[in-house]
Each structure stands twice: as structure tokens, then as C-alpha cells.
Design a protein around this ligand. Sequence first.
Ligand SMILES: *Cc1c(COP(=O)(O)O)cnc(C)c1O
Length: 436
Amino acid sequence: MTPTANLPWLARTRAALWHPCTQMKQLAATPPLPIARGEGPWLIDYDGKRYLDAISSWWVNLFGHANPRINAAIVDQLGKIEHVILAGCTHAPVVELSERLARLTGLGHAFYGSDGASATEIALKMSFHYWRNTGQPAKTAFVSLKNGYHGETLGALSVTDVAIFKDTYAPLLRQSHQAMSPDWRLAEPGENHEAYALRAAADLESHLGKHAATTAAVIVEPLVQGAAGMAMYHPVYLTRVRELCDRYQVHFIDDEIAMGFGRTGTLFAFEQAGIRPDFVCLSKGITGGYLPLSVVLTRDTIYDAFYDDNTARGFLHSHSYTGNPLACRAALTVLDIFEEEAILAANFAKTNQFTSILAEVAAHPRVSHFRNTGMIWAFDVADAMSGFSADFHRRALMRGVFIRPIGNTVYFMPPYVIGDTEMRLLAETTLALLDR
Ligand SMILES: *Cc1c(COP(=O)(O)O)cnc(C)c1O
């Protein structure tokens, strides 16, 4: 095990900081892994022991740790300007990034935040403010999906539906409506994924039919509900959400914070439904997992409703690090890598290859609902006991794999630089842990 004695600061981590998403008392039994450096899909501790980063460091990393191209771009930018206020100033990286994202999404007017949750807040506020500016101030409600996740600041948590994160804070939150999830695991026997997605869309329709006059927007995670445990669904659901939002005059907010930048196989998940949302929220992979950056893109017609002589009709929201140049350069390099290294085509081949490597896992008697979308694989362990997730995590670490099941769902969401050998390690480790 790790030589804690040689790392005096490791023992102090519990006293010095409050780790995220962690009951600090449990950290006494399972101390965090001290990471010295990273290399491609690997995390390396102070003994030189390597751990395969099978969850892309919480879904952010795309092209590996210490990626030479992204490193070089950030170093180059450091010699120019590290940060400048974006109110009253502008800079080349933020303009170029905004233009490229607009070309790629068909939406524009990039508004930047730092974390994913702030992008959710921005989209919710913009939607409400649009309706107010256009004479419909009664449209103040939001609809999201059962088991959906959009971040944990109070506004974002109001549209999140994960009990462990939400219930405690319920008295602080605005009410919002959760429509039926299109998660195909919930289909009736004999009902296919598409039929189930359409049934879920009918549930949304019945809500909008009654409440459209007071509803500003529907917010969804496209194709995969990540924090719900990689719940996957048929793209027809998104097509129907688009139709319903048009019919009932409600905005469609597409939260691609986790699923954007190639995770689902296409650059953005909404492409698979042949639609365009009213707002797209991006973060996580946008900088390749290097720096916090988020952005909301929207339609011209929405932007135009804010454009006025009256200051208060404008969108006066701000964050200190809005449009940080270092983060924008990392993001521009991510887009260069996608284009110049034909990443989506390469990932398409990897998806097929890894799915076949995982065939034995999929067929394991303890495994149910084996599923895959793009560069995400997941399955449920039907007979998982309480403590399964922490136990699986700990035993995988001993075998050199960093993985964090969600409840009884084990998932792989590796950096795109993962290769055949590493994928086999993941499959072998998983089989060994399942067999025990
Ligand atoms: C992670 C996530 C967020 C929140 O992003 P943070 O950077 O953690 O605030 C919002 N929406 C989705 C779908 C996410 O996966």
C-alpha cells in the first residue's frame, strides 16, 4: 500500500479539506489516493503504482492526462494573458471558441460560466427572463426528468432528482416537476426501447398540456442520465421533446455537460435525434478535463429578446472567471484534436471493439441490463449488497483500476486514448471482482 509516512500531507488531507461528495467520517477507513502525476489514461501514485482512470476523473478527461498538445497550448497562452475581465474586455481565444462552438451546434451567443452547475443556472435564468421580456412573466416553472441530474447549486438542484443529493435541501428549493424517465430499464416486458421512450414522452405531453402557460423550459440530459447510474434511452425521446416544446411554446434546455464532446458517439448527443435544442449547456469535457469552463449557447431569437436600450432587459449575470483565456485555449485545442485526429471515427471503432471485449462481462450471471452508448458502458449487479460500490471501488484499486460504481451500477467512461490492452485489463478486473 501507499507509504503514507513519506507523504506527511496525505494524513492531513482529512483535517485540511472537506472532500466533495464524501461523508468525511468514512474517509478515515478509506483514505484518498495520493496522485503524483498522470499519463494518458493512467493515474500514478508516489510509489509509481498506476491506476487506470476508467471514469475520466469524473467524466471530464477526453484525451488523457498530461496531453502534450493541450499542455503546449496552455503554456503558450500563459505567456500572453492568463485571465482578464470579460465585461468591457475581450480576447482572441474566447471569440474563436465561441465561433467554433456556434458552427458546431448551430446555436450561438456563447455565455460562459465555470462549472456545470453554473451553466444550468444560466440556462434556467435566461429561459425565464426571455419569457418575461416577451410579455409572458407567468412562465416560471421548469420540468426535468425523474432521476435527472443538473448540478448541485440551489437552482440546479431544484431540477435535479437524485434523492441523496436533494432531499436534505428540499426546504431551500423551488418546486419543479419531474416527468417520467425514458430509461429503457423501466420498460415493461416485451416493450422495446423506442416504444418505452414514446410512452415517457406521452407523460411529458400530458404535463405540458395542463401547465404550458406557466412552464418556461424542459431540461434533460440527452441519451444518458449519468448520475442516475448511466440510464440510457432511445433518441426518439429527444425528437418528441423538441416537437412538444414547439407545440406548447416551452424552451428545450439540452444539458450536454456530461454527454457533449463525443461521449455518446456524436460530438453532441442531440445530433442523434436530428433536432436542435433552444439552449445547450456544455462543460466537463470542453477543456479535455484540464480547467473549469462551462458555456450556454442559444438561438438568435432568444438573444434578440434581451437586446434593448433598457439595461435591465439584458442578461446581467456574471462569474469572475467568465471566458478564462487558459481554459478557452484548452477548449480550442480539444476541438483541434477532434478534427485533426478524426476522434469520432476512431471512437466508433473503439466502441465496437470494447463492446466485444466486454462480451464475457455482459454474459456474466450477476450482470443485468448491460448497456452501451458511444464511449460509455454500464451494467447493474442484481445481487449487490449494501456497501457494494465502496467495496468494488476498493478492490478494483488493488488491481490498478480506478472505478466508482453508482449504487449497484458499474460503469466505464474512459478517456478516449484508452487502448485495447487497457480495455482488456478493465474487463479482466471486472470479471475477477464479479466472480468473488
Ligand atoms: C456534472 C454535471 C453537472 C454539474 O457540473 P459541475 O461542474 O459538477 O457543477 C450538470 N449536469 C450534468 C448532466 C452533469 O453530469
